[in-house]
Design a protein around this ligand. Structure first.
Ligand code: HEC
Length: 121
């Protein structure tokens, strides 16, 4: 009888053990488009929006965006990278839906990095 009661308590415990979401305090997003670094900012943007398709063993179109030389040549080639992510109608648009468009801050960072000559910083 005791073991039934204990089993019952354990089951109740498991059922009621719900995960309470932690409410994160809202921190204002500050866009630092002055100090842009390839290793910190640009790779983070590409990781977020592009690596799902353009990395790994079978990257789409054979385009593997995890390498500095690939990313920098894409960006420095007449602002090609910027043109495909900022919605220039003359270019194929990336990332395709349902991926979110790059934010104004992300676009600004890509522009600053490209204008600076795509440093490997
Ligand atoms: C959901 C998958 C997906 C994601 C995410 C994605 N791409 Fe693509 N990408 C594709 C596909 C599919 C093609 C081939 C499109 C075509 O040729 O019609 C392509 C083609 C390209 C090309 C070649 C375009 C050309 O003119 O042939 C470039 C460059 C490119 N993507 C860059 C990016 C960048 C940069 C990002 C992130 C901002 C990105 N892609 C995100 C699927 C993706």
């Amino acid at each position: 009888m005791k073991s039934i009661a204990i089993t019952f308590l354990i089951i109740i415990g498991l059922i009621s053990c719900k995960h309470t979401p932690v409410v994160e305090p809202k921190v204002p997003v500050i866009c630092d488009s002055v100090n842009v670094s390839y290793s910190r900012d640009i790779t983070a943007i590409l990781k977020n929006s592009c690596y799902d398709c353009h990395s790994g063993l079978a990257p789409v179109g054979g385009l593997h965006l995890e390498y500095y030389n690939v990313d920098s040549s894409l960006a420095s080639d007449n602002h090609y990278l910027l043109n495909i992510v900022n919605g220039n109608p003359d270019y194929i648009y990336m990332p395709p839906p349902p991926y979110a468009k790059l934010t104004t801050c992300e676009l600004a960072k890509i522009k600053v990095w490209t204008d600076a000559g795509c440093p490997n910083n």
